[in-house]
Write a protein that binds this ligand. Structure first.
Ligand SMILES: Nc1nc2c(ncn2[C@@H]2O[C@H](COP(=O)(O)OP(=O)(O)OP(=O)(O)O)[C@@H](O)[C@H]2O)c(=O)[nH]1
Length: 505
C-alpha cells in the first residue's frame, strides 16, 4: 500500500512519465465495450507519429498474411485493439524518455527488458492455453516496471544510488523496500491506475514481483506468465549461463522441458528485432542457441551430481540411524555388565517360546541359577572382584549355550537359562555341564587368591507342551526349585516336570 505521504508526493510530482491525450483517450475507448474501431482510429489519427507506428506494426511479417495495409482503420482491425493500445502505450513512454538522460538508469536496457518481458509473457500465456489473456499480459508486462520511472522522477537523488548499487532486479526491489517500504511494482500500479488502464492490468503490474505459484486457476497462471517474464528477461540480458538457470527454475510451472523452453526463447529472439525496430529500441546482444543448450546441460549435470551427493549423504544418514537403532536395541536387550540378555528381554522371549512349545506340544526347560554366598566375595574382596566373578560366570554360560538356548541375567547374582525342546533329562545334562565348568574354573584373582564359586540350580521342565498352564507358573516353579536346592546346601540341582512333582536333586 502506498503511504499517504508518498501518494501525495506522486500526485504533486509534475515530472512523472505521462501519456499524450490521444493515448489516454484510446485507453478509455479500449475499455468501453460500446466504443467502435472507428472512434479508436479517429483518436489515433490525431497523433501522426503514433498512426505511422501502428501502420508499421500491421505491416510486419507477424501480421502480413495478404497485402500490406495503407489505412489506419485496416491496421487497427488487423492487429486488434489490445495490440494497438500496447503499441500506443509503449511508443509514447519510450519517446517520452527518448531525449532524456537519467544518470544511473540504463534506459536502453530498461526498454529492452520491457520488450522481452512483453514477448515472453505472451508466449508463455500461449503455452498455457491462455491466448485470450495474451494481449493484456503483453501490455501489463511491457509496463510492469514503469514504477521505476516514476520513483526516479519523484526522488532522483535517493533513487539513483539504489539503481547504481543494485546488482540485479531482485537487489533493486530489496533496496526499494528498505528505502520506501514498498517496491516499484506498487508505484507502477498506482501510475497505471492514474492512466485509467484496465483494473486487470493494474493488478498484474502490482503483482509482478510476487512468487510463482503452483495454483492452476487461469488468473494464477496468467500472473505466473507475468512474474516469469521478468525473471526470463533479466537472465536473457545477462547471458546464456544465467538464462539456463532461469529456464531450469521455470520449466515446471509451464509444463515445458529445457529444449522446449530454449526453442521458445530462440523463436522470441527471432521476433525481437522487428518489434524492437517498431519501438525504436536497440536489440540486445543475441543469444547463442548452442551455448544456451551447453549451459543447460552443464546445469543438469551439476544438478545430477548434487542429487547423487545428496543420495549418498542420505544413505549414510540412514546407515548411521540403523546402527544407532541397532545399538539402542542391543542396549534394551542386554545387561551391560555381563553382556547376557537382561531380565525383560528374557521374559519376553520365554513367554513366546512357552506359547510356541504349548502350541506344538514340545518340551521346554527353564533353569534358575543363583551363585552361592556371593555376598561374601563382595564383602571380602570388594565389588570390582564381585563384578569379575559375575562376568566370568556369564562367559561360561555364553560359551556353553549355543543355538536356540538362551542365557540371561535375572538380577544381582541370579541367572536364568531357557532350553527350548529340552526335556528334564536333557536340561539336567546341560546343567551338570555348567556346574562342572563352573566348579573347575577360577573366575578371578584377588590378592593372589584364586576365586571359585558354586551355584544353586532349579530346573522346571515342561515335557510335551503340557503340565504348566502359563509361563509365570514355570518361572515360579524353577525359582522355588532353586531356593529349595540352595536350602539343601551349595552346588545343588533340583529339577521338576510339573508345578509340584520333584524328579531329582
Ligand atoms: N559386585 C556386584 N555385586 C552385586 C551386583 N548385584 C548385586 N550384587 C550383590 O550380590 C549380593 C547378593 O547377596 P545375597 O542376596 O545375600 O546372596 P548370597 O550372598 O549369594 O547368598 P546366597 O544367595 O544365600 O548364597 C549382595 O551383596 C549384592 O550387593 C553387581 O552387579 N555387582
Amino acid at each position: 500500500m502506498l503511504s499517504y505521504g508518498l501518494r501525495q508526493s506522486l500526485e504533486q510530482c509534475n515530472s512523472l512519465p505521462s501519456l499524450p491525450t490521444a493515448v489516454l483517450r484510446v485507453i478509455e475507448l479500449a475499455k468501453d465495450p460500446e466504443s467502435s474501431i472507428q472512434q479508436i482510429v479517429a483518436t489515433l489519427g490525431t497523433d501522426p507519429a503514433l498512426s505511422v507506428r501502428v501502420l508499421s506494426l500491421a505491416n510486419t511479417v507477424y501480421f502480413t498474411r495478404t497485402a500490406p495495409v495503407e489505412e489506419l482503420h485496416q491496421a487497427v482491425s488487423r492487429i486488434g485493439v489490445e495490440r494497438t493500445l500496447s503499441m500506443a502505450l509503449g511508443c509514447s513512454l519510450i519517446s517520452a524518455t527518448d531525449n532524456r538522460r537519467l544518470p544511473g538508469m540504463d534506459l536502453e536496457r530498461y526498454w529492452q527488458r520491457s520488450l522481452i518481458c512483453a514477448l515472453s509473457a505472451k508466449s508463455l500465456a500461449e503455452t498455457l492455453g491462455l491466448e485470450s489473456e495474451g494481449g493484456a499480459l503483453y501490455t501489463a508486462s511491457l509496463l510492469q516496471d514503469i514504477g521505476m520511472l516514476a520513483l526516479y522522477a519523484l526522488d532522483a537523488e535517493r533513487y539513483r544510488p539504489l539503481l547504481e548499487n543494485a546488482m540485479d532486479h531482485g537487489a533493486l526491489i530489496d533496496a526499494e523496500r528498505e528505502c520506501y517500504a514498498l517496491d516499484h511494482a506498487e508505484v507502477g500500479a498506482w501510475l497505471a491506475a492514474r492512466w485509467n488502464l484496465p483494473q486487470r492490468t493494474i493488478e498484474w503490474i502490482a503483482h509482478s514481483h510476487a512468487e510463482l505459484t503452483s495454483a492452476t486457476s487461469r488468473e494464477a497462471q496468467a500472473r505466473n506468465c507475468l512474474i516469469a517474464s521478468g525473471r526470463l528477461a533479466d537472465a536473457w540480458l545477462e547471458g546464456e549461463a544465467a538464462l539456463s538457470v532461469a529456464i531450469a527454475s521455470l520449466e515446471s510451472y509451464f509444463g515445458l522441458n529445457t529444449p522446449d523452453m530454449i526453442s521458445k526463447i530462440m523463436s522470441l529472439q527471432e521476433q525481437l528485432p522487428s518489434v524492437a525496430a517498431l519501438y525504436e529500441v536497440s536489440v540486445p546482444q543475441p543469444l547463442d542457441a548452442n551455448q544456451l543448450m551447453f549451459e543447460a546441460k552443464l546445469l543438469l549435470a551439476e544438478k545430477n551430481a548434487r542429487l547423487q551427493q545428496d543420495l549418498w549423504r542420505q544413505q549414510q544418514e540412514i546407515e548411521a540411524l540403523r546402527r544407532q537403532q541397532e545399538a539402542l536395541n542391543h542396549q534394551a536387550r542386554v545387561d551391560p555388565l555381563t553382556n547376557l540378555y537382561n531380565r525383560r528381554y528374557m521374559e519376553q522371549r520365554l513367554d513366546s517360546l512357552f506359547q510356541q512349545a504349548r502350541a506344538h506340544r514340545e518340551s521346554l526347560s527353564l533353569v534358575f541359577i543363583d551363585l552361592d554366598r556371593f555376598k561374601d566375595i563382595n564383602d571380602e574382596f570388594g565389588h570390582t572382584i564381585g563384578d569379575e566373578v559375575l562376568k566370568g560366570f556369564a562367559t561360561i554360560l555364553a560359551d556353553m549355550l549355543k543355538g536356540d538356548n538362551l542365557a540371561g541375567r535375572y538380577g544381582g547374582e541370579e541367572f536364568i537359562v531357557v532350553l527350548p525342546e529340552a526335556d528334564s533329562e536333557m536340561a539336567c545334562q546341560r546343567v551338570s555341564d555348567i556346574r562342572r565348568q563352573l566348579e573347575g574354573k577360577v573366575l578371578a584373582h584377588a590378592r593372589g587368591v584364586p576365586i571359585r564359586v558354586t551355584a544353586s540350580y532349579g530346573i522346571a521342565s515342561m515335557e510335551g507342551g503340557e503340565q504348566f498352564t502359563d509361563v509365570d507358573e514355570l518361572i515360579e516353579t524353577a525359582d522355588q526349585c532353586m531356593y529349595r536346592s540352595k536350602r539343601l546346601g551349595s552346588s545343588r540341582v533340583i529339577a521338576v516336570t510339573s508345578p509340584t512333582s520333584e524328579v531329582g536333586a
